[in-house]
Design a protein around this ligand. Sequence first.
Ligand code: ATP
Length: 510
Amino acid sequence: MSNLSIESLATFCKKKGFVYQNSEIYNSIAGFFDYGPYGVDLKNNIKQEWWKYHVTSRPDIVGIDGSIITHPKVWEASGHAANFADIMLTCKKCKTKIRADHFIEDKLKIPADGMSPEEINTLINKNNLKCPSCKDDFEKVSHFNLMFSTNVGPVASKDSQTFLRPETAQVIFTNFKLVTENARLKLPFGIAQIGKAFRNEISPRDFLFRAREFEQMEIEYFIHPEKSDECPFLSTMLKHKVLVYSEEMQKKKQKPAQLSMKECLDKKIIKTPWHAYFLALEHQWFISLGANKDNFRIRQHVQTEKSHYALDTWDLEYQFPFGWKELQGLANRTDFDLQQHMKHSKQDLTLFDEEQKKKIVPNVVCEPSLGVGRAFLVFMFDAYTDDKKRGNIVLKLHPKLAPVKAAVLPLVNKLDKDARKVFDDLIKSFPCTYDKPGSVGRRYARADELGIPYCITFDFDSKTDKAVTIRDRDSTKQVRVKIIDLPDTLFSLLYNDIKFEKAGKPVKTS
Ligand code: ATP
């Protein structure tokens, strides 16, 4: 686990131009954030890598990009209008409002997600819990729907009211029939989407972790309802190991255990091969982009926290400095959503099974749903290194995620013109920066702090040998490369994972 606090990470993100609190000049508004010049590129790179891994590099998953505002009946059908609510505590005196389950979890160190209002009231009274602001009593708990409402058209009335979507998933279900026909999809297949979601969180906190406006990267993966045991991709993930915390382990107060997907399935800890496959796939995605595999675990939802429609739900959790928390939810949603939309829209959303010559309603065997902001935090926490020897922070972001790929530096001012030419050529191929003022050491430190993987120095020899020195951010090793080969070499370093020492002629440094 990183020993950096979430507050210190937020300060670093602001100072270095990654993320700002929204509308800070007006004292900000909680739960809303703006991404700065480096944050926007890091965020876009995360989304791009997710899309490549899950959509464009595989034939069975296609993408869509749906609208944020949809017909209000969507939210009636999905159950959000009636049920998408948290239990809220209100202080009798100062009227402070707090999310009840989080308050109970913080105070009593017990899981409280899914508790009923009665259970919460009993616990508050039994443990004599008071308002954290003024120490007065709470009123009786109440439900608070998290959807932001708005009105469509010039007249605000009950009929024109709709909502900003609290998740991207529903637009996948409402477009299900069109997408399957247009992309000629055959089961099993997935439909993916990246987009904004809005939740009027009672108490947004922990920086990007709990925001009111955020982005989700989601897949609905559909299978034939009678074929939940047939996952053609499972063999690729059977040996994958992860820390597992099943419902039984939680109930028996056992410790989580390192297990392979094969062991999980053999011991019936994970119910379907599909679930095992997706849990490993998602963990593997983070590892492939440089996250520390040991900071993750998979945790099964206990009965009380499971959504009413979900057959089985696992979370991919990450060990944040403020505890193990949900990074990504992976629910088996069965055919609940398609059935609901068929009922409410009176449209046929079934598929025709050519073999069995009958209509079927596909099952969503897994819905991996990941917040972009939470992924952003993981990559930042695992990259942030306080290098005492260098005397500066080194942000060891994976080169594919790094917002700026290279910094070009003239060794001294009088090499400015020649170095700038190298930069002007390179920026046509890669996002890079040019840094002239200050000592080379200071400029290396600036690049390290922004996570720039490579510094390219134009020195006195460069004019004669037509070569430059590349310095590797993580090892500080250096190689000499011909200027003409620079774009190809950088490309191999960034995207083909070649060993740094193989990229050019090694340079001895003191
Ligand atoms: P939590 O229990 O933390 O409130 P949830 O179970 O309500 O999360 P889901 O509805 O499963 O979350 O949403 C899927 C994913 O969307 C989460 O795993 C998380 O990565 C992201 N997410 C949900 N709510 C927020 C939020 N308020 N801010 C940032 N990301 C969020």
